[in-house]
Design a binder for this molecule. Structure first.
Ligand code: C2E
Ligand code: CA
Ligand code: CA
Length: 724
């Protein structure tokens, strides 16, 4: 294997272990080397170099001796003491390639040295040169002692007792089987389970034949390894010895015969692996899932992981740093996968483990889970993943924290196609992300329904206005003191497939799809039409407010749309009011400020909705051309019983008074809430106590009776009002 990559005629990509404690240099150099056909494992913690040597099994190493936190020469010396590093070609990059550096590099056992400041193409050339020399030396028999010890082809020895199902092996065997941390004993069935199903069947047939006295045909099997991709192993039987107590022991060896030449391997690598992370890609995952492993079996699962807020990071630090993050995540996942493996021979029942990883592109990764005793096992593994990814990461002199959302799907029903797993895990992942992120969720069938539901709604929402399915309802606002009608809030309703849909469901969808633009314009038009109709009942001074989405604030169209609607319905601007949530305003305060000023200058009112729940700064609030604050329902509902809520309401009323703003309490449901608000100085009130949102005709009835005060005894919501 190692020889294969050293061989300059070889078609496999040489593996380079690149060591430096400067993350940015490492990222840039690794990428440039990858572009030049190397498979690079980058190691930014020199103290972990030996681990990576085991794990990535490089064909050569490049160590930068200009590290600030470690001595490159010391790292090289350490590599040399390790079985895998004793004859590894090592290139040292030094600050100044003078005599002293040469002596140090030579003493540390480096194979070559070059300037740290060299351009990457030159470093790439030195690496090839070094691999070429190593190959020549090896072919000429000028090999280091360890090369003779290890033999030419990586080989591991085993002895297998069919009776007990146990396979014993030397440490090389466990490295070959991609279980480098394990020692001693492996269950034969576990080994078979880690192979492709066809290979597993072939091997079983061959073994049965052997045990019945037949010949051994040296079968070869493919093994998917975490550290170095697909490997081909040849299994040779050297002896079958009868045991004193009955039964036999089969002794032999496993050779790594991964094709050295042949375009096949290279094409496979290029099409099934990602060059940035070195992990298998989506194509590989599909093939793996489709191959049917885990179908109908308990204990298999798939987790899909996506990093949250990576766009913010790349906006702040640039694309290079984003790549660096992805590589770091891949490395952390690899490390987790390695440590999640059961330690054979320790007599434990096998715990859940990460059997394979894949990079899905963008910020997404997939984890194949095995040996799950129950679904909670998968959750535990994944929560651990989220915790490990959450550890801070140094980029230059800054620390970045990564959050991830994970969706998990557990296999089970035999009817289920593992190819669907990805979709299910993905749905769960999206649910995790949209509920705030940095968490793990298990797939539930309701998520499919929810997604289908959304798709149907999305499709139908598009035609909702044209099909006349939208209605504008109006909810009254009252004076708490004299119980008179003082205004309305316009709230949208959608009659979809016979049912009345709540805006809480479809407004976010409209925002995501951009349909909020036309819907919002429709709402403005309807609100103006309502104002005109109310005025025709003879009631003046009864403004109507309309809710706007922050998404509508960014294209500069709003002022024009509002003034056109006012003109169309011949409505006075001071009868029209806009409601915007605090959090919506804070998304792009400067842009919002410009646009709101233009709207305010039309003479229309401007209220902040759900006030108290956002994080707007006072300084910013005073710059906005506001006319009203609406106290959020959460404070209103406890105004009569909670000291804290009372304090918040009092503070908002105080603030509004100082800024000369009206204050409206929303969500008033009981008489005691209403009285408590009055006592705190908040007269304008809205809520079920005074009436729910109703269609225009009903609102007009209220307007006609606005002069009659509502008797307090009859205050019990809509029923108090005459029906049309
Ligand atoms: P919002 O602006 O905070 O509207 C108040 C919501 O509270 C309304 O829900 C209203 O029916 C409900 N509500 C009113 N009084 C009470 C009460 O006493 N108790 C309780 N529990 N609830 C009460 P609705 O109509 O479902 O609207 C939900 C949200 O959808 C609105 O919250 C608003 O943000 C948004 N929305 C509604 N219409 C439009 C619209 O035309 N455009 C935009 N962009 N958003 C809208
Ligand atoms: Ca509102
Ligand atoms: Ca509100």
């Amino acid at each position: 294997m190692i020889e294969a990559a050293l061989d300059p005629r070889s078609q496999t990509l040489p593996r380079v272990l690149l060591i430096h404690d400067d993350g940015l240099w490492l990222m840039k150099t690794a990428r440039e080397l990858r572009e030049r056909g190397f498979l690079v494992t980058d190691c930014n913690r020199p103290e972990e170099a030996l681990d990576w040597l085991e794990e990535s099994r490089p064909d050569c190493a490049v160590i930068d001796a200009t590290m600030s936190r470690a001595s490159g020469f010391e790292v090289c010396r350490k590599l040399r003491t390790h079985a895998r590093g004793s004859d590894l070609p090592v290139l040292m990059l030094v600050a100044d390639a003078g005599g002293e550096a040469f002596r140090l590099a030579h003493e540390a056992g480096a194979s070559d040295l070059w300037s740290h400041n060299a351009e990457t193409p030159i470093v790439a050339h030195r690496i090839r040169q070094m691999l070429w020399v190593a190959w020549l030396e090896r072919s000429a028999g000028v090999t280091a002692a360890s090369a003779r010890i290890r033999g030419v082809t990586p080989t591991g020895r085993f002895s297998w007792r069919p009776e007990s199902g146990e396979v014993q092996g030397d440490s090389d065997l466990f490295v070959l089987l991609d279980r480098p941390g394990d020692q001693g004993v492996l269950q034969h069935a576990d080994f078979l389970a880690s192979l492709e199903p066809t290979d597993s069947r072939r091997l079983t047939v061959a073994m049965n034949r052997l045990l019945q006295g037949g010949a051994w045909n040296r079968p070869e099997v493919n093994l998917q390894t975490l550290s170095s991709g697909l490997r081909r192993l040849r299994i040779e039987v050297q002896q079958v010895v009868a045991q004193p107590g009955g039964g036999v022991e089969v002794g032999g060896r496993v050779l790594d015969v991964t094709p050295a030449s042949g375009a096949e391997t290279k094409v496979y690598r290029l099409t099934h692996y990602d060059t940035l992370t070195g992990l298998p890609n989506r194509t590989w995952l599909h093939t793996r899932l489709k191959s049917g492993r885990g179908r109908g079996e308990q204990g298999f699962g798939l987790a899909v992981l996506d990093l949250d807020r990576v766009d913010e990071v790349s906006e702040a630090f640039g694309q290079d740093v984003r790549d660096r993050l992805i590589i770091e995540v891949a490395q952390r996942l690899r490390r987790l996968a390695r440590t999640s493996r059961p330690q054979w021979g320790q007599g434990e029942s096998s715990p859940a483990r990460i059997a394979a990883l894949a990079y899905l592109g963008g910020d997404g990764f997939a984890l194949l889970l095995e040996d799950l005793a129950d679904p909670q096992d998968a959750m535990t593994v994944c929560r651990n993943v989220v915790a490990v990814l959450g550890e801070p990461l140094r980029i230059g002199d800054r620390e970045v924290f990564l959050n991830a959302s994970v969706g998990v799907h557990i296999g089970g029903e035999s009817s289920e196609d593992p190819a669907d797993w990805l979709g299910r895990a993905e749905l769960a992942r999206r649910a995790a992300a949209s509920s705030g992120g940095n968490r793990v969720l298990m797939f539930e069938p309701a998520m499919s329904e929810e997604a289908t539901d959304r798709l149907v709604m999305e499709r139908d929402l598009y035609y909702a206005i044209a099909r006349d399915e939208m209605t504008m309802y109006l909810q009254p606002k009252f004076s708490g003191r004299n119980r008179r009608l003082i205004g309305f809030e316009a709230l949208m309703r959608w009659t979809h497939q016979g049912a009345l849909r709540s805006p809480g469901r479809f407004i976010p969808l409209a925002e995501e799809t951009g349909l909020i633009g036309p819907l919002g314009e429709w709402a403005i038009d309807q609100a103006c039409a309502a104002i005109a109709a109310i005025a025709r009942t003879g009631l003046n001074d009864c403004p109507v407010s309309v809710n706007l989405s922050p998404r509508q604030l960014h294209d500069g169209r709003l002022p024009g749309v509002i003034s056109a609607a006012l003109a169309r319905h011949r409505v006075r601007p001071d009868a029209f009011e806009v409601e915007l949530t605090e959090s919506g305003l804070m998304q792009d305060p400067e842009q919002a400020l410009a646009e709101l000023s233009a709207i305010r200058s039309l003479g229309v009112g401007l209220a902040i909705d759900d006030f108290g729940t956002g994080f707007s700064s006072l300084a910013y609030l005073t710059r906005l051309p506001l006319t009203a604050l609406k106290i959020d329902r959460s404070f209103v509902q406890e105004a009569h019983c909670s000291e804290r809520s009372r304090a918040v309401v009092a503070a908002i009323v105080g603030l509004a008074t100082n800024l000369r703003l009206t204050v409206v309490a929303e969500g008033v449901e009981t008489e005691s809430q209403s009285q408590a608000l009055l006592a705190l100085g908040c007269d304008a009130q809205q809520g079920y106590l005074f009436g729910k949102a109703v269609p225009l005709e009903q609102a007009l009835l209220m307007a006609r009776h606005a002069a009659d005060p509502m008797p307090a005894s009859e205050v019990s919501g809509v029923r108090a009002w005459p029906q049309p």
